[in-house]
Design a protein around this ligand. Structure first.
Ligand SMILES: Nc1ncnc2c1ncn2[C@@H]1O[C@H](COP(=O)(O)OP(=O)(O)O)[C@@H](O)[C@H]1O
Ligand SMILES: [Mg+2]
Length: 322
């Protein structure tokens, strides 16, 4: 039989509506039973979990009318394996997953899992994608808060809206992504609209600090210079994203082209041409190349074709700068 602690934890996780924890605990029971020599029971438990897990989607509670249009909720299907980032960064993300799954154990020692994250890096390098990956890994709904809209549309009420969002985190466990976070994160001493912005930022700092919801809170920004330094220490971890190095460009291109990649693909020029492009731009160049092969009835993407679509992306970038 499972231990008394295991049974209590199972019941607790059921009533606190944390399905991912419930699954983890049930798997621990299966492992425990297997160790006791009860192989058939362990097998049955694992089978039940597998079947139920396939059926389940994260529990999504609709937002109040007030927050409609400011928060978008989705259930993500993005896999960790498709996120191409340096190993050290991936390990930090895996630690978030690991600590979330083991939160009970941490709590019994008076510690909480890491769940307040600041993601910094240029556009198209995987910040939003990371939030999606965490959503899938932890089977939690992803709620994206449109910070720029929150601030501009309801200037006077921004703090009140923020409070509503933080209150909501207790009702629906999930990933809460404050995207384009600089809209509220701006330097407090900056001179435009200071009064209002300072109040909003202070409110945000307080909400983050006081939050005990257990939800994962992610703030993402392209522009760390705008961020007040006081913000950094409110987060459990700060993750930096960079445009892909050569090794990552190769992995990304191989991933996205998949079966469309020519078996005689020559990497050298492709890898040097793509230097400085973001993951997102490379991803788009690969998709452009795949589309072009499909439409011209060629079966594979050659390095020459990909170089062409990469060149187009570089032109787009130049145009944006100019
Ligand atoms: N590190 C990455 N690995 C794989 N694909 C990526 C990565 N970063 C971006 N992409 C691709 O570009 C798209 C946009 O990236 P996103 O995560 O939204 O960038 P941002 O950092 O601006 O939030 C993603 O949906 C994905 O297709
Ligand atoms: Mg983004």
């Amino acid at each position: 039989m499972a231990t008394a602690e295991q049974i209590k934890s199972l019941i607790h996780s059921h009533f606190s509506e944390q399905p991912e924890r419930f699954y983890t605990l049930a798997l621990q029971v299966a492992a425990y039973e297997a160790k006791q020599g009860h192989a058939a029971l362990a097998h049955d438990i694992r089978e039940i979990i597998d079947i139920e897990k396939k059926k389940s989607t994260p529990c999504i509670i609709p937002f109040s009318q007030d927050l409609n249009g400011l928060v978008l909720t989705e259930a993500s299907k993005v896999y960790m394996s498709s996120l191409v980032i340096p190993d050290a960064l991936k390990e930090r993300i895996q630690l978030v997953v690991h600590e979330y799954r083991q939160q009970e154990k941490l709590r019994s020692h008076g510690l909480s899992h890491r769940r307040k994250l600041l993601l910094i890096g240029p556009p198209g390098t995987g910040k939003t994608m990371t939030a999606r990956v965490l959503s899938r890994e932890l089977n939690l709904p992803l709620n994206t808060i449109q910070v720029d809209r929150l601030v501009t549309k309801f200037m006077g009420e921004t703090s009140a809206k923020l409070r509503q969002i933080f209150d909501f985190m207790h009702q629906m466990h999930g990933i809460y992504l404050f995207d384009e976070f600089d809209a509220i994160g701006g330097e407090r001493s900056m001179d435009n609209d200071v009064g209002e912005m300072r109040r909003v930022l202070n409110a945000f700092l307080q909400f983050i600090e006081q939050d005990t919801s257990g939800s994962i809170i992610i703030a993402a920004t392209n522009n760390p210079k705008l961020l007040d330094h006081a913000l950094f220490r409110r987060f459990d971890d700060v993750l930096y994203y960079e445009p892909p190095e050569k090794k990552e460009r190769k992995q990304l291109i191989a991933n996205v082209l998949g079966v469309f990649k020519d078996s005689k693909f020559i990497w050298k020029a492709v890898l040097s041409d793509s230097e400085g492009l973001s993951h997102s731009e490379i991803d788009l160049a690969c998709r452009d190349a795949i589309k072009s092969t499909i439409l011209s009835d060629i079966s594979k993407v050659s390095a020459t074709l990909l170089r062409k679509t990469i060149k187009n992306r570089l032109e787009v970038r130049k145009g944006l700068r100019g």
